[in-house]
Ligand binder design. Sequence first.
Ligand code: ADP
Ligand code: MG
Length: 264
Amino acid sequence: MMYQVKDLRLSFPDMAHKPLFGAAPRIEVLKGVSFDLPKGAVLGIVGGSGSGKSTLGRAMLRLLEPDTGQILFDGQDITHMPEDGLRGMRRRFQMIFQDPMSSLNPRRRVGGIIAGPLRLHGFEDAPARVAEALDMVGLPRHFAQRFPHELSGGQRQRVGIARAIALRPDFILADEIVSGLDVSSQAQVLNLLEELVKELGLTLGFISHDLSVIRRLCDRILVLHHGEVVEDSETAALFDAPKAEYTRELLDAIPLPDPHQNWT
Ligand code: ADP
Ligand code: MG
């Protein structure tokens, strides 16, 4: 298993209701989340805004520390692992962000953006790996000289993907990465991800508020609602016979290309 997540709970302090003296009350954002993610699988994480998707993703990458429960990554308990223990593992789980414009340093060239994490993780052949990563995401090598503002939205998202895969991680978490793109760039980025998962043997977590985006890419889908898993099904089963009422609501919200056609 790439991930085994058991009864994960995570809360934030509610600063809006903090008394003048004393600790702020806590808002529980993940309320006992459990699931398994096998190696090589693509897991979709869907749910409405504020359902806890990004929080779950950040906990899986230990950018946040859970209150209770357990996260095993490749069999190792990382739930409360201190940063010096995590340092050696961080290369293995990477994230691609929603908005490449704000996650790519505007003053650095593409080559430097991709090389940064490589150098941080001690790779000495960074330039060769940058070139290879650009090849893998279908960008010409001379794009290494460009700045983010010189690229289209889809190209910027490819740079974000290149930066993650250059490290040859085992797991990538993609958080709403096609939400800001037009439909044709969306399809191109999804195709690219699908190819990379196959070629590199990646395990992928794909967060989206949009079930139609997730359908083709994912083997399994986790539906989050108010910080709880309301459905954990194989993709075909979820579209054929959704178990949760909330999943049905999400399915109803997808516009059908042909109103007479069914999802089945
Ligand atoms: P989603 O990604 O599904 O839209 P999030 O995981 O970002 O949801 O957020 C879930 C809830 O947790 C929201 O109500 C949000 O306001 C709250 N939240 C997220 N991050 C923080 C934080 N750092 N401090 C306080 N509350 C937070
Ligand atoms: Mg989010």
